[in-house]
Write a protein that binds this ligand. Structure first.
Ligand SMILES: Nc1ncnc2c1ncn2[C@@H]1O[C@H](COP(=O)(O)OP(=O)(O)OP(=O)(O)O)[C@@H](O)[C@H]1O
Length: 551
């Protein structure tokens, strides 16, 4: 409009780097990181990150180069979330469960210039570099993150993390993005359904999703956040940046165990944490000497996989306040929130849990979350029945897949980001996920939502975990096959589980096969259904072997 100008005074590229700079002033002597007997303040964290950025630049890394890290949730992992972007480079956090050959593939794909590695994962990194050396002469520099008395043998030229910090220059001029669309990080997807894809995040998206995540978690100033979500997964749902914005204390843990979580909650007066449903399951089912009632409410954000309705009220019985979010690596982690409505508080326990287990609506950083027919792009009716593809639109959707323009274009076809998830829309506008399109079971022409069926099996008192896949069938096409893990000291038969489901669901949805087994998981807490599908396939068709009258 007339009289306005866009200039440096009123238009600055958004970046989460500014959160750290502000916290170094507001919360300078307040705790930023706690890890075993190490504690830092926000002023120290700020200084360490500047020095880290300075050393990374000194090593010849230029803006937009990729810097990779293979480490659990330790202080260095947190600092790299700022130090790398402050050098202008792009942070690529690698899954700590990958083997050397996968790490070498991702290092090559991302063209990483440096690999920071935790001392416990050094052998994986060495193996990856050895594989890489067979196809390229340009290997990333290795920087070792040591802890305590660990002194593993390293090849000449390996750098040490703490040396980079101490040698870095405090007067280094932080490289802020020229454009807020500039990349801040590269996250590979979990690889649950295919090979991991390299998802590029921008400074703008990271800034907005951090703010949205603070709001989702209802975080006030100076929260105490216990790290259970791996920071390598969607940059810890953007919370390394979000906690900095609120001047919170980051309680880091190398390993995630139920005992560690309860101990840390008591010791550090934790206010917030987060984790995939499998982490919550480990808390609910922990032995009574570990599972203590909480001294005060702890907000837990869950997502990453479908949480069975039962998890909600069992967690709440322990004193946790559950926030349910849904999203993908492509949406910077959390993209939706099942916002609670006060009128639901008078519903029965079961109905409340059902409401909460829905995936909800987009968070405030996004413009749209809809269920659409993927061909016509028309929204499905809000009748809780008609299934369509879940689609997102807005500023916290990825820039694209690295070096895969075709996949990027396909995922954005029609002006929405296509998730590959199937869901329905309820009359109140909230969405509910029914399945991944690759997982839904089609039996005799009927769609069977594996998520819904798993939720019912999970509510059986003897069950600790359940996953359902389609078992190929000559007559029905597929029949539901449930893999069930029982609680320690509990028993149940195949027939009991089947009858339990038949009482609660339409008959065609009940499993026709039940296998008692441990469930294979990815490091981000998702069940590796492709492994179970192989097992179900190997069983052969049920119709041929059994009398189909039960079907
Ligand atoms: N709250 C939730 N409820 C149900 N499912 C969820 C929830 N949050 C995430 N998911 C599932 O996780 C998926 C996103 O997972 P992520 O981005 O980590 O990688 P991935 O899709 O498992 O990997 P790949 O694309 O390589 O197979 C979603 O598409 C959805 O199926």
């Amino acid at each position: 409009m007339e009289g306005t100008i866009q200039c440096n005074a009123n238009y600055v590229p958004l970046t989460p780097i500014s959160f750290l700079e502000r916290s170094a002033i507001v919360y300078s002597n307040k705790v930023s990181i706690i890890y075993n007997d190490v504690t830092y303040t926000w002023s120290q964290t700020h200084q360490r990150c500047i020095k880290l950025a300075s050393s990374i630049s000194q090593l010849g890394v230029s803006p937009h180069h990729v810097v990779a890290v293979l480490a659990p949730n330790i202080p260095a992992m947190y600092e790299l979330h700022f130090g790398v972007p402050m050098s202008g480079a792009v942070l690529c956090t690698l899954n700590t469960r990958h083997d050397s050959s996968m790490v070498s593939l991702l290092l090559k794909h991302s063209d990483a210039k440096i690999l920071f590695v935790d001392h416990e994962l050094l052998d994986i990194a060495k193996g990856a570099l050895e594989i890489l050396s067979k196809s390229t002469a340009k290997l990333p520099l290795l920087v070792l993150i040591l802890e305590g008395d660990a002194h593993p043998s390293v090849s000449p030229g390996t750098l040490i993390y703490e040396n980079l910090i101490s040698e870095g220059k405090l007067d280094f001029e932080v490289k802020r993005p020229k454009d807020e669309w500039d990349p801040i990080s590269l996250n590979y997807t979990s690889g649950t359904t295919s090979s991991p894809k390299g998802v590029v995040y921008s400074h703008r998206g990271a800034y907005l999703n951090s703010l949205a995540t603070i709001l989702l978690n209802e975080m006030k100033s100076m929260p105490v956040y216990l790290w259970c979500v791996p920071m390598f997964h969607c940059n810890g749902w953007c919370l390394p940046w979000g906690i900095a914005a609120q001047g919170g204390a980051n309680v880091c843990q190398r390993n995630v165990t139920a005992k560690g979580i309860f101990d840390n909650i008591f010791k550090h007066k934790v206010t917030h944490t987060g984790g995939a449903p499998t982490v919550l399951n480990s808390l609910i089912n922990a032995p009574p000497d570990i599972r203590k009632p909480l001294p005060r409410k702890v907000v837990v954000m869950t997502g990453g996989a479908p949480p069975p309705p039962d998890v909600f009220f069992r967690m709440e019985e322990l004193g946790f306040d559950l926030v349910h979010s849904y999203g993908l690596t492509e949406t910077y982690g959390p993209g939706s929130i099942c916002t609670w409505k006060p009128e639901w508080s008078s519903l029965s326990r079961e109905e409340q849990a059902k409401k909460k287990s829905r995936q909800g609506v987009q968070h405030i950083g996004l413009e749209g979350l809809d269920i659409k027919d993927p061909v016509t792009m028309k929204s499905v009716p809000a009748d809780a029945k008609t299934m369509g593809e879940v689609m997102f639109r807005g500023n916290t959707v990825m820039n694209g897949y690295l070096k895969d323009l075709k996949a990027t274009q396909e995922s954005f076809k029609g002006g929405w980001f296509r998730t590959g998830d199937l869901g329905v829309k309820h009359s109140d506008g909230y969405i509910e996920l029914k399945d991944r399109s690759k997982d839904i079971i089609i039996s005799g022409g009927e769609n069977i939502s594996t998520i819904e069926l798993e939720g019912v099996i999970y509510s059986h008192p003897a069950v600790v975990e359940a996953a359902v896949v389609g078992r190929p069938d000559e007559y029905w096409g597929e029949t539901p096959c449930a893999f069930v893990k029982l609680k320690e000291g509990h028993n149940a038969t195949e027939e009991e589980i089947i009858q339990f489901c038949q009482k609660r669901l339409p008959r065609f949805m009940a499993p026709k096969t039940v296998v008692f087994a441990d469930l294979p998981k990815t490091s981000t807490g998702k069940t590796q259904k492709y492994v179970l599908k192989e097992k179900a396939k190997a069983m052969g068709s049920l119709s041929k072997k059994k009398n189909t009258s039960r079907l």
